[in-house]
Ligand binder design. Sequence first.
Ligand code: NAD
Length: 345
Amino acid sequence: MRIAVYSTKAYDRRSIEETNERFGHELTFLEARLQANTAALAAGHDAVCAFVNDILDREVVDLLAEEGVELLALRSAGFNHVDIDRAAERGITVVRVPAYSPYAVAEHTVGLMIAVNRRFHRAYNRVRDGNFALEGLLGFDLRSKRVGIIGTGKIGQITARILRGFGCSLRAYDPYPNDEVRDYGVRYVDLDTLFAECDVITLHCPLTPDTHHIIDAEALSKMKDGVMIVNTSRGPLVDTVAVIEGLKTGKIGNLALDVYEEEGDLFFEDLSDKVITDDVFSRLLTFPNVLITAHQAFFTQEALSNIAETPLSNVSAYARGDRSGNELTPKNIRPNRGDDDGEDE
Ligand code: NAD
């Protein structure tokens, strides 16, 4: 099939081209993000391959349908950026990569926890600068600390397993508790209890209308003073203005983010020569107890290889008239575990 591959960096191109030698699709690599004013670049293609910050709202889905696109092959697990209902109405099939490496994201999450707690980001610069003082670098043992995991799907579970090895006491909130997770010594509690009891709170749920700003001023008011918050899931889970306030008052002792509400205008680009006009983001960067990576949690060799393999294989399945099992439909994206319509577990 002819596939327009949006938002490609050199590393994407290398792995997708190499993998495509086995699939033989006709690929057009586009550096542009997919949005209304770049949708026309998909003209003449059967499929569009899109990444996390591409915009696939109603308008873009309509534009793609008008260009004759039949298939949206996401290079991501998350699909909050896609109007699945509209795609179905326009007869466009949507497929995703359900898990390209949950280990990559879980390991990065724990890495962020340790790095922000022990101030690796400050220590690195100090030592390079000949400053070997420890003042300002004091952390705490993770052992025995209570860690709350919001969302115990693939990534949340692996995070729990890693943290169990550190001797943390684990709590979780998920509307669909999982018995296997209980076997790791995780105790499911309601959200307010998790907020009230935990020293560290880490987010591993999808972005949905229910989880938008799940960390807001009200949630923060229920948390312990000095709480650590880690978000490697999706930016809008966290109300950034509220966490800035929480950092200023000391309610939040540590904040580690791999995602940010307005990251679409920033992340994945080299803006080091440009003026950052997002004042909220710039304020976040001023805190010594904030560590931000730019949507990097997925970025391992293993994940990149799966990110190339699964979309191409999804496209091949579609071309053969088969189901890959990775289809997203209005039915299977609703959180109703009763159905069995290709939703991966
Ligand atoms: P998953 O579908 O396996 O698990 C998500 C879990 O969240 C499920 O158990 C679900 O029941 C739970 N959930 C749903 N609604 C909830 C709610 N209101 N409160 C609490 N839990 C809720 O997904 P996953 O593979 O573990 O990925 C989790 C998220 O990580 C994705 O949605 C994606 O946004 C993010 N992600 C980030 C990166 C990155 O590079 N930073 C990479 C991959 C995925």
